[in-house]
Write a protein that binds this ligand. Sequence first.
Ligand code: NAD
Ligand code: DAU
Length: 351
Amino acid sequence: MGEGRIDLSRARVLVTGGAGFIGSNFVHHLLGRFPDAHVVVLDALTYAGRRENLDGIPAGSLTFVHGDIRDPAAVARAMAGCDLVLNFAAESHVDRSIEAPGEFIQTDIYGVFVLAEEARRQKIRRFIQVSTDEVYGEVLEGAAGESWPLEPRSPYAASKAGGERLAYAYWATWGLPIVVTRCSNNYGPRQYPEKLVPLFITNAIEDEPLPVYGTGLNRRDWIHVEDHCEALVALLQHPGIEGETVNIGAGNELDVLAITGAILDLLGKPKTLIRHVEDRPGHDRRYALDTAKITRLTGWRPRTPFDRGIRDTVAWYRANETWWRPIKQGEFRAYYERTYGQRKVLKAVQA
Ligand code: NAD
Ligand code: DAU
């Protein structure tokens, strides 16, 4: 198991959560590079999953299974005949995990158990568990390497830490060929507008306020989703890394105010749209990753400078209003009211 470079040209790949933001970008990316590969998407189509995110994929290259990773029968059906598995399926938004943690524990931990059990039964060549840099908790100085202690601080981050360590345990105990990845904050097309970048772009287009939590000085490493997808393809192919955990990041450390300023400038909108509002409870101040390992192993490096990535992303939301406007009408409205409606405004930015 696991010897030699993995050939993706005719691989059958299970992508769970393939109708979400990163999962769908991954499906487009993979089939763009390996048109004779076949992708099976297993997705429960929660509020964050959009079938239309897979529009444009040739029908013969894709099998879509509408099902839940917590359901062993759906997982067995979707995984049958697959060589490779990437688990993107998750509850993924920190604010929702603060409001209602239960679904996070169910999907982000128990769902990994169901997938790993089925992968043990089948001859899966590699299983990538897509985790996150949030498992390290806030990194106030320096950059977290893969052996940095895990100190997750939100129910989302704790669930992801549980899920990835469970996946690792299947490698340590039964030799399941697991690779765990921990990526930083993604941005790009098809991101559900609850997350900072698409929320602020779409609010600014609509001349709605941009709710900056607290000071706006919280820092993240921002990676364009295409760079993340490229890193995952490199790791999917790379020989002999079963049981490894690998950071993926771009070294683009920016605070929320810098991101907000870039978006407003690109859209030609005024800073008076900014509202400093009551902070997120337990808001992590900084994430930062040491990414030497993935470069040493695979040669991968991020290729998208932030200026270009954010410009292209703003352009995508401008050109795809038919994608996000209906989303912002539905379940999103009630979520937005619950999350922001009662939030105290600390400061509005003057003209
Ligand atoms: P997303 O919320 O946009 O998409 C999640 C997808 O999973 C949706 O299609 C949803 O329908 C599906 N899903 C949810 N619960 C499911 C279940 N029980 N069964 C089957 N499908 C289910 O998330 P995203 O931002 O694309 O993130 C994808 C993965 O990458 C997640 O595991 C997340 O933790 C991880 N990650 C995200 C980022 C980021 O910046 N967005 C960074 C690092 C890691
Ligand atoms: O670091 C990787 C993680 O990045 C992923 O694992 C998560 O799935 C993803 O949601 C993301 O988590 P964050 O909490 O960093 O992302 P979010 O877009 O929610 O917030 C980014 C920063 O912006 C954070 O400091 C909080 C701030 N923010 C966010 C929102 C939604 C605001 O100031 N106002 C907002 O309305």
